[in-house]
Design a protein around this ligand. Structure first.
Ligand SMILES: [Mn+2]
Length: 350
């Protein structure tokens, strides 16, 4: 964990980049904001917050997300407009074609936006990156706010707002979106938030009159009945625990069909095995239509972002990462057991 050693009130974001960002904004009206596919609370929260803020500043801003928002995040998007690339491709492409500025939130590699990739890469407009993932792909963005030490892109957005002096444009709606992003990316301030300043940001957001109990209930503690049943079934029948240390949960297409699976229904399932003391690596595989979705969580010094990057075309954070296997479920499982052997060797035989 990297500790921020400076107070929240001190400007920690590169002044040169802030200056470049403000100058870019002054010269444009039409702005497109994008986030990564399978948006999470931080991705959609930061996107909607920045969009509403820019609109409050008189700009014509549009959020385009790569694919359908999971049901669990509908509460935050309710009453707000955004474009879903997978469902409204022609419209989305037209908006990108006519935009004057492109802002990338909560991802740092165009491989993370799925089918939207080419469209964004080819756009001949200035591009801005605002993100907290490790190792941004260089060259692609004209302005870069890359802060892996921060809890979330939402926290970074708030700090940029403060530093740019845009506080007066922040209303209750914007504060709620940012709050949800920090809450979901930190497990309600359980992880990735072990520095005091993140609480100062939360406090500033509370001052905007947000309904914290409601946001918590909706973001952290609401599931449809079939999702509760699917997750219970997965833990009871589809979880393998190896050496009391590693957990693997696998759901194939039949399992998903049986419980009428919808995107979002397996959210946070991968975290569950870690609540057993001794288990410090959890992996979840789901047989989706086009690939095997692989999610990993870990504790301690086991980094899963590298594993997801090396074996499953993915990436993420040290303790929370994901990827995809383009092939059969059986292959994905075989790869997993190779990793298990590798980890056993490096961790216990050295
Ligand atoms: Mn994030």
């Amino acid at each position: 964990m990297v500790l921020l050693e400076i107070s929240m009130m001190i400007d920690i974001i590169d002044k040169v980049e802030i200056g470049k960002f403000q100058k870019l904004l002054n010269n444009v009206n039409r702005i497109v904001i994008t986030c990564h596919k399978t948006a999470d609370g931080d991705a959609i929260g930061s996107s909607l917050a920045l969009c509403l803020l820019l609109r409050n500043m008189g700009k014509n801003a549009t959020v385009i997300i790569p694919d359908q928002l999971p049901w669990s995040l509908n509460f935050i998007a309710q009453g707000k407009d955004y474009v879903t690339f997978s469902h409204q491709e022609i419209m989305a492409k037209n908006i990108v074609r006519n935009t004057q500025l492109l802002i990338s939130l909560d991802y740092n590699d165009f491989n993370r936006v799925g089918a939207m990739k080419t469209c964004l890469e080819e756009a001949q407009v200035p591009k801005v990156l605002i993100d907290h993932h490790l190792n941004p792909v260089s060259q692609q963005w004209d302005v870069k706010f890359s802060h892996p030490e921060m809890s979330s892109t939402c926290e970074l957005i708030y700090r940029i707002i403060e530093q740019c002096g845009w506080n007066s444009f922040v209303d209750k709606d914007i504060a709620s979106c940012i709050f949800v992003g920090i809450m979901t990316d930190t497990g309600n301030l359980a992880f990735s938030s072990s520095y005091p300043e993140v609480y100062e940001v939360m406090a500033r957001l509370m001052e905007r009159g947000i309904d914290k109990p409601y946001l918590y209930k909706m973001a952290m503690d609401t599931v449809p009945l079939n999702s509760l049943k699917l997750q219970s079934y997965a833990i009871l029948n589809k979880m393998t625990v190896i050496d009391d240390k590693f957990a693997l949960i696998v759901l194939d297409k039949d399992d998903l069909d049986k419980f009428d699976y919808k995107p979002g229904d397996t959210e946070r399932l991968v975290n569950r095995p870690l609540s057993v003391s001794g288990i410090y690596w959890s992996t979840f595989m789901r047989e989706d239509a086009k690939y095997i979705k692989v999610s990993m969580r870990s504790e301690g010094d086991l980094a899963v972002d590298g594993l997801c990057a090396k074996y499953y075309n993915g990436g993420g954070h040290m303790h929370a990462a994901a990827g995809e296997h383009y092939g059969t479920l059986q292959e994905a499982i075989e790869i997993y057991y190779k990793i298990v052997e590798e980890i056993k060797k490096t961790k216990f035989n050295n």
